[in-house]
Ligand binder design. Sequence first.
Ligand code: SAM
Length: 240
Amino acid sequence: ILVIGYLLFEFILIFVLCYLNLIMLFIIATPIGNLKDISLRAIEVLKSVDLIACEDTRHSKILLDEYGISTPLLSYYQHNVVTRGRQLLEQLQAGKNIALVSDAGTPGILDPGYQLINAAIEQGLAMTLIPGPVAFINALVLSGKPAHSFVFEGFLPPRSLARRNRLGELLKIKRTIIFYESCHRIIRTLEDLEHLCPEKEIACARELTKKFEEVRRGTPRALKSHFQQHPPKGEFVVVI
Ligand code: SAM
């Protein structure tokens, strides 16, 4: 009777907490480079939740140490989305408050956060987003391109033909186009752009919010020759 009574109590408690939105998945944006780019509310919630789901525990530990946060970290990344995602949902349903962070920026944008958020929505769990940095927003604003209507493409396909075809499709859209790129591929992508839209003024933003932040604007050819002379380093956002 005691056990049944306890289980019943727990069930009712969780139901009430869920109903009052007191059990939550807190999706928390974290810095994209400069550790100071985090909100007071984000720090407060990271301190108060039961656990923090992150992509790389070693990476997120640097941020937690900076702010004296000792909440346990649990890895949730590309290769364990199914198993770990299920465990995280079970923990949420069992009444735990969980924070979801990614390696950089806002979870859910090109990281496994998307799957967890979707699964939590399907389960009717309460959630909120504590806002903060998104790399493409910094790049868009700093590019000086029209920001009232734009297309964000994430990453282009890695293979040359598919990448060039996709760029060709995107260029037909008469809006600002933004995508993420790695330093290893930026020159090849600029070559594609030189071929597809030689006259366009584009912007390459790299190392945003970091010490060597740079936003370089010019034609694809001018940018290509710059990066051929100064080997590209860091993470890129391209704005067309
Ligand atoms: N969730 C992140 C966000 O909110 O922007 C995006 C994650 S995505 C996997 C990582 C890509 O974002 C990088 O390859 C790079 O293109 C871009 N990125 C992230 N931080 C950046 C920075 N500080 N400067 C330029 N690009 C950055």
